[in-house]
Design a protein around this ligand. Sequence first.
Ligand SMILES: [Zn+2]
Length: 94
Amino acid sequence: MIRVVTDRSKPDSVCFERALRAIKDGQLPPGVAERVWGGLGSGLPCSLCGQPIHSSDIEIELDGVGTAAAVRFHSRCHHLWQQACARVSAEADH
Ligand SMILES: [Zn+2]
């Protein structure tokens, strides 16, 4: 019997794949922002997972990334987006 990966890794990989697609589609910026704001969640939806960022969560907001709308993430989604950016730029090098 094959032991599957932990439950936690599944939603992470789903969001990671979504981030990759959104970067390639131009819905999310492909790299570092001019400014990054961190603070308590404003209740507005996360640009990656679409779930509201509650005031009990940390909200990361990107500024100067060239997208029409503000880009904001849960701290966890921000981390996934950074990983996706690294993957996209690594693929572009080949
Ligand atoms: Zn999120």
